[in-house]
Write a protein that binds this ligand. Sequence first.
Ligand code: HEM
Length: 394
Amino acid sequence: MTNKAAFLPPGSVKARAEHPRDYFAALREKGDVVTDSGDKVVLEPALVEWVLQDYKAFSTRGGNFYGRSRPIIPQQVDPPAHARYRRILGPLMSAQRMAALEPGLVARMHEAIDGFIAHGGCELREAIAVPIPGISVMNLLGLPVADLPFFVAFKDAILRPRALPGTLEEQMRTQADFAARNARYFEDLIRERRAKPGDDLISAMMQAGDGGERLTDEEIQDICFQLPMAGLDTVTGMILLSFAFLAHNPQYQAMLAEKPGSTDAMIEELLRWETPNSALKRTVIADMEIAGCPFKAGERVLASIGAANTDPRRLPDAAVFDPARSPNRHLTFGTGAHTCVGNHLARLELRVVLREWHRRIPAYRLKPGAVLDYSDDNMTRTLAALPLAWGTGG
Ligand code: HEM
């Protein structure tokens, strides 16, 4: 194990977004813990797992609360208090519960495809990658689809305030404004659902647990702040990254079209290969060293799951895209107490999108002349747009 901190040239965020596997391979040459774009980043897979699993040494608190005065739940709560939230949310977001959303999602997917299939092309972000995750989260929470534009604007303001118009001060004010609007929205909604419960996650959270386990309205609000934030951007990014990969690799389009049974294993490999959240943030609780690199209490550390997912020390053939890989022990949904509670919903959405798309559009390509604009702001990889064409379209 090497111990040195290293610096890559500025502009590396773009390189990481565009060529993550090459980027991590180059970074790995510099050490197990490196300084990248001003952050100390842990790359070595066992250390990445340690940072994410040892909640006594590394906290998810710290940083800011996204323009609000309380931490978001469950992300910014450390164990053991965190376990109560997962005891409630885990069963309510199980694979079995999420399966109830599938027929509605399949119907929306076909409605969307009906709208553009005859055109011989579409821009995937607008046509599928934003609406399908949006409808999933709205259905999960039992919210009207008409409110989706608010939630898309909300998560953009919360996750990427620096992309908002105005000065830094104005950007922070807009972010806090969206946080306050979200709080008011759910304050009213929770009051309504208390009076008239429905068949949705918010009503189920109100009824879950007993005695000291019961969630307060404030806690439900704090969970409802996190869910759209966590569940929209990630799936949007993953759909775009997957289709960009498939557009460059037509043999896998054919595999998905001819063998729909290959979809689940393909999704797992796409999750490993593309890793939309390239790194996860933690705060060091006490002064310490990681692989010889000193950290002060309160300092931020990034655990690079993107690097760990493609590290030959964890997976000897990590550089090979293997659509049948089994088992596929990627870290794309994290590891430890905070492992993604939405992973069953995310997998369902990806399955519906990939399966139904390839049923209707078995072969496609990038629209000629399309330039792909990858980004990795706030450690979330995505594409600004993905213009696709098929048949005689283009
Ligand atoms: C492909 C899509 C997704 C990816 C790659 C992803 C990734 C992740 C990762 C890496 C974490 C762990 C964060 C950490 O340890 O700091 C996480 C946590 C979380 N995710 Fe996801 N996620 C996805 C979809 C979703 C969806 C659809 C939802 C819900 C609608 C969701 C809700 C959450 C929540 C609530 C947490 C916090 C869990 C906790 O702190 O206990 N995610 N996600």
